[in-house]
Structure formats: structure tokens, C-alpha cells
Ligand binder design. Structure first.
Ligand SMILES: *Cc1c(COP(=O)(O)O)cnc(C)c1O
Length: 638
């Protein structure tokens, strides 16, 4: 039995108003012709002076049957976020010129068809630019439980078209914004990512819509692609009804409310997309920026020697570890790294965790329990706080780096078993723990002492070995925790100390036991990085020199700042002001983060400047001048 293609097109003074098409059986021609005619005559864009209905027979064995693309909906608050989603989609197709492709959308507004865009050369491939390419001869398969086939169903029609387009030869994706002024939902689609509805892609009431078909391939094949899009009859199976509108969205109300609340209080966070490796300069928004916010203090993540060694380990050991350390995920490289860390930190033994965050959670919660007491500095890192909470122990918070307050609190909270825990270098203030007192008090009251060396490893001490070297090895904390993701320029966390401690953690720390270990290549990166730091103590010296230079320069200009670590906080106070200052500095080419609640206390928002060993004095001077400029403009005095 043959099927028929039926198409309607309505226009007014040669301007397209409305169009639609179906593929139907002979019996249905009459009713659909009527339906399409009604639709053409009653369109919100106006009444037509020409209405065209075309009916063509198509041979059954010419028809290609395709399964509908899977659908998901991305809810966005405004069309700018919608456009951002398009950019993400283009990035997911590995297209580097996403911004330029997005700019082509405005060129489609007056077109009836789509742009056929060569994504590599950005050439337009449609033979007639005014007409564009029109995907046609397609419909959803009609079944008993079908989606509404009466009247206009934007959604089903769009899925059908997107499915056909996604299967066209050499088409890698599609972007579509409806030109219907009342319909602001658009989509992006591709064979691999399916059909993504984006709830706002333009402003309500705008007639600006259009389509781009993304072409990647030889110019010789363009004709074949166009012929498929414009002539190949396609019936799309399994178009799923759209539940979204019927599902109770109330479930998500608290999430939406919270997001709005955070925006209103200047506490909403979003990510910045960096288009280069991490180093003293990075590419952001297509432009080179001076990086002054990175924890990669020694600029290790771009050291050739480290990269080459990591590449050789990658070649030999592959990408994954296949299991936790206690099952299959333990290689010679893992053990070499742990020996190296123990040596670097001058301890008996070391154990690597997947992140510093997990190292804190797993260590604290496995050592302490319900009947124990943990004494914790009020400015400790979130991972310490979370570890304390997870342990179930009683938590006593003492005043920042205040050893008298600590001792007082210990005497009024006696316990059989307890722990004192502190950052060695405080992550948002850059100051250094009074370690000798800290260890003395812990030993006096028979409590375990634990320090977090995330920001001291590779940074303080003459050769970067951290806080114990900084205090000339006059004291020895029981538990030294640190991360490999900061000055070491890699990934992972570690704990070092006595053999017995490490043996205990291997058997008790759930974050160690129940997580697949890091890959050998990640371990290799850290291992080589430690070797480079050991061989080149001048790297650490360069970092110290930079910090001294920068602080002195700011001081000369009347800003009283001070740090002995790589972290230099400039306290602004108000969250909004801090954000504005940071944004201004971004515009000037300085990547400097504003830090806000909940990372720091409310009304103590700050710029957190992080220096690197490889910054040059010229770079630092220019940055300082810009910072001083905006601080004066905003009347911030320090
Ligand atoms: C960054 C940081 C951590 C967490 O380390 P990751 O390896 O990034 O998970 C823990 N403690 C402090 C003080 C930190 O600054």
C-alpha cells in the first residue's frame, strides 16, 4: 500500500507564515487536508493570501524508518542561559569555534530554511542563501497510542525533523530556535547526544528563530546531504509523549527557590571555563589572563619532565586501575609514590587517597568515634569539618590559631580519646599554625595531633617540605595530611605518619577501602613532581621571593598586606563589592577569585590572591597596580 505526502504552506505577500506536512494513507487524505488548511488559515502570524496544499504519492520501499532521538529537557531561567547551553552542546561535539557558530544564528532569522554550515571552515554550504535548506518528507509513525496528531504539536514535529536531520550523512548536529513568537523553547540535537529541549532560547514575543545544520565532511558530499534532507521520505518511530508538562514540578520547587535566593544574596556560584592548561597564564574567553588564583603554586602541572614521565607510564599502564587499592588497584607506581611522600615528609610511612577531601573525611572518621572529642580550629577547611561530623565525635571549635583558647577548651572537655586538628597554612587567610604549641598541648593532654598541609607542602620551609621544616624539625605532629592537587600539580590526597597509623588506615578508612584507586598515570605525575621539587629547591625560593616582592610593593603603596605563604588575602567584607572588584580585575586580564560565604564567614568576602613561582616581577607589579587602582575606586582601605 502506498502512502501520501501532504504539505501545506501559507504565505502573505510572499512572506512565509505557516507550514506543515504529514505522511498518511489514502483514507486520511481528506481529513488531514482539512486540518492543515484550518491551521494555515488561522495562524497567529496573520491570515494568508496564498495557501498551498500539495499531495504526492510516495513508494513504500523508498521510505526510511528511523527511531526517534531520545529526549531530555534542560530548564533554564532566561535565554542567555539557553545560549550558554548551545555553547556547551557545541563543545561536546568537539567544536572549538562555538562562539562563531552561535553568531550564525542571527543570520538565519529571515530565512525559511536552515543554514548548512561547514563547522570546520565556517562556510555556508546551502546553494540558495535566501531559501536555505528545508528538511522535508517526514512524519511520525501513526499508532493507536500516538502523540496528539491533531492540530499543532511543536514538540512531535520537532523530534521528527531533528531525527531525520541527525541521520543525514555528514550532519553532526543541529541547533533550532522556533520563529513562532509564542514558543521560546528550542533545541539542540545530534545522533550521539539525542534531542535536548532548552526551555528558553529567545525572548518571549520574538519572531527571531532559525536553524543551523552542522556539516562536517568533504565538499563533494554536500549534494548527497542536501538530497537526503530535502527528498528522502522518513517515518520516525517511537516518538515519546512529552511528560514534562504533566509531571509535578513542585518536587523541584525548593531547589528553584534556593537558587533564586542565592542569586539575590550574591552567593550564587558558577564555573569559569578555561581553554588552556593550568599555568601562570591561562586562556579564558579567548584571551590570555594572568593566573593569580591557582593552587598550582610551583607551576608543576605544565612541567615537561613530569608530563613526559606521565606519558610513558600511561603508555605502559593504561588509563584505569580497575579496583580499590585492596583489590586490583595497587601497582608498583602507587607504592613508589607513597615511599616518596614518606621520604619527602620525613615520616615512616604514607598512604594516598583519591583527593585531599577524602583523605580528611576517611582519616578523621576512622580514628574518632561517638565517645571521643575533636578540637578543631574555627577556620579549618570544609573537608576537616565534614570529617569531624562524619566521625560522630563531639566537636569543640576553638578560636583561630589561639593556643590558649585551645588549652582552655581541652581542660573543660576532658575525654579518654581525642584529636586536635588544624590547617597548617589556612587556606583562605594564608597564615601559619603555631605548630610547636599545638604539638606540645596535644602531647601534654595525650591527644592525637593532626595537621592539613594542603597549602604548606611545596610552599613553606626552605625546600618546600612544609610546616615541620618551617619550624626546623623541632616538633612532630602525629598525623600529617596533605594534597597532591596543589603545589604538586597533580591529583590525590595523602596521610603520613607512623607505620602503625598507616596500617590502621588501610584497614579502617572507608574512603580508602571503598573507592577505586587513582590511575597509575596520576600517581606517576605526583611521583615525578616530587622529584622535580627535590632537585630544584630554587623553585620554592622563587615562590618565597615573589610573595615578599608583591607584599612589599603593595605596602609601599599604602596597603598593609602580609603573607609568608603563597596565599595573600585582601579582605573586602561585602560580598557584592568583592564580586564587583573581582569582575573588574577579570576585565583587566587578571584571574583573581573573590571568596565568599560559605567558604569564609559572611561579610568577610575577600580577594584571595595566590602567587606562583613562575610569575615575573613585571607581571606582579602590573597586577598590584591594577588591584590598587580598583581598591581605591571602591574605597577599600587596608
Ligand atoms: C584543597 C584542600 C583540601 C582538599 O584537597 P583536594 O585534593 O583538593 O580534595 C583539604 N584541605 C585543605 C586545607 C585544602 O585547602
Amino acid at each position: 500500500m502506498s502512502l501520501y505526502s501532504i504539505k501545506m504552506r501559507a504565505s502573505q505577500k510572499n512572506k512565509h507564515i505557516s507550514g506543515s506536512e504529514k505522511i498518511i494513507s489514502y483514507d486520511h487524505i481528506g481529513s488531514y487536508a482539512n486540518q492543515l488548511m484550518q491551521r494555515g488559515l488561522n495562524h497567529p502570524k496573520g491570515s494568508p493570501d496564498l495557501l498551498n496544499i500539495k499531495i504526492e504519492k510516495i513508494e513504500n520501499n523508498n521510505i526510511l524508518y528511523l527511531d526517534a532521538l531520545p529526549v531530555c529537557t534542560i530548564e533554564v531561567d532566561n535565554y542567555r542561559m539557553g545560549i550558554e547551553e548551545i555553547r556547551k552542546f557545541l563543545n561536546s561535539l568537539n567544536l572549538e569555534n562555538a562562539d562563531k557558530i552561535v553568531n550564525f544564528l542571527s543570520k538565519t532569522y529571515s530565512m525559511r530554511g536552515a543554514i548548512l554550515l561547514d563547522v570546520d571552515t565556517l562556510e555556508r554550504l546551502e546553494p540558495d542563501r535566501e531559501r536555505g535548506i528545508r528538511a522535508t518528507y517526514m512524519d511520525a509513525e501513526r499508532t493507536n497510542n500516538n502523540v496528539s496528531v491533531n492540530g499543532k504539536n511543536h514538540y512531535a514535529e520537532a523530534i521528527v525533523l531533528a531525527t531525520k536531520v541527525a541521520y543525514a550523512p555528514n550532519i553532526i548536529g543541529e541547533i533550532c530556535i522556533s520563529d513562532d513568537p509564542d514558543y521560546v523553547t528550542g533545541y539542540v540535537a545530534s545522533k550521539s547526544s539525542g534531542y535536548k529541549r532548552i526551555t528558553k532560547m529567545k525572548e518571549q514575543g520574538s519572531e527571531n528563530g532559525g536553524r543551523i545544520f552542522l556539516y562536517q565532511g568533504s565538499k563533494n558530499d554536500v549534494a548527497e546531504t542536501i538530497s537526503f534532507l530535502e527528498k528522502q521520505p522518513v517515518i520516525v518511530r517511537n516518538v515519546q509523549p512529552l511528560y514534562m508538562d504533566k509531571r509535578p514540578t513542585d518536587k523541584f520547587k525548593f531547589i528553584g527557590d534556593e537558587l533564586i535566593d542565592m542569586r539575590q544574596n550574591n552567593l550564587y556560584r558558577s564555573m569559569k571555563t578555561i581553554q588552556s592548561g593550568q599555568s601562570s597564564t591561562v586562556i579564558y574567553n579567548g584571551r590570555e589572563m594572568l593566573m593569580m588564583a591557582s593552587n598550582d603554586y610551583l607551576d608543576m602541572s605544565s612541567v615537561d619532565e613530569v608530563k613526559k614521565y606521565a606519558a610513558s607510564v600511561l603508555e605502559k599502564y593504561g588509563t584505569g586501575s580497575g579496583g580499590s587499592r585492596l583489590t586490583t588497584g595497587n601497582t608498583v607506581i602507587h607504592e613508589m609514590l607513597e615511599n616518596k611522600i614518606a621520604e619527602f615528609k620525613n615520616t615512616e610511612s604514607a598512604l594516598v587517597f583519591n583527593t585531599g577531601y577524602i583523605a580528611n573525611l576517611a582519616t578523621i572518621s576512622s580514628l574518632m568515634g561517638k565517645n571521643d572529642v575533636i578540637f578543631s580550629d574555627e577556620l579549618n577547611h570544609a573537608s576537616i569539618i565534614d570529617g569531624c561530623r562524619l566521625s560522630g565525635a563531639k566537636i569543640v571549635v576553638y578560636r583561630h590559631n589561639d593556643m590558649e583558647d585551645l588549652e582552655r577548651k581541652i581542660t573543660v572537655n576532658p575525654c579518654r580519646k581525642g584529636l586536635i586538628v588544624s590547617d597548617a597554612v589556612f587556606s583562605m587567610d594564608g597564615d601559619i599554625l603555631n605548630l610547636p604549641e599545638f604539638v606540645r598541648i596535644a602531647d601534654k593532654y595525650n591527644l592525637l595531633s593532626m595537621i592539613d598541609e594542603a597549602h604548606s607542602t611545596g610552599v613553606i620551609g626552605r625546600t618546600g617540605r612544609g610546616i615541620v621544616e618551617y619550624y626546623n624539625y623541632i616538633c612532630e605532629p602525629d598525623i600529617i595530611m596533605g594534597t597532591l592537587s596543589k603545589a604538586v600539580g597533580s591529583e590525590g590526597g595523602f596521610v603520613c605518619g607512623k607505620n602503625k597509623l598507616i596500617e590502621y588506615l588501610k584497614n579502617k578508612a572507608r574512603g580508602f577501602i571503598f573507592s577505586t584507586s587513582l590511575s597509575p598515570v596520576t600517581m606517576a605525575t605526583s611521583l615525578k613532581s616530587f622529584e622535580v621539587i627535590e632537585k630544584n629547591p630554587e623553585l620554592v625560593t622563587a615562590l618565597h621571593d615573589n610573595v615578599r616582592f608583591f607584599c612589599e610593593y603593595m605596602k609601599q603603596k599604602g596597603f598593609n598586606i602580609h603573607s609568608e605563604t603563597a596565599i595573600i588575602p585582601i579582605i573586602i567584607g561585602d560580598e557584592k563589592k568583592a564580586m564587583e572588584i573581582s569582575e573588574w580585575l577579570f576585565e583587566q586580564g587578571y584571574f583573581i577569585s573573590a571568596i565568599r560565604y560559605p567558604t569564609v564567614k559572611k561579610q568577610s568576602a575577600r580577594l584571595r590572591i595566590a602567587l606562583m613561582a613562575t610569575h615575573t616581577p613585571e607581571q606582579l607589579k602590573e597586577a598590584a597596580d591594577s588591584i590598587i587602582n580598583i581598591l581605591r575606586q571602591k574605597e577599600v582601605f587596608i
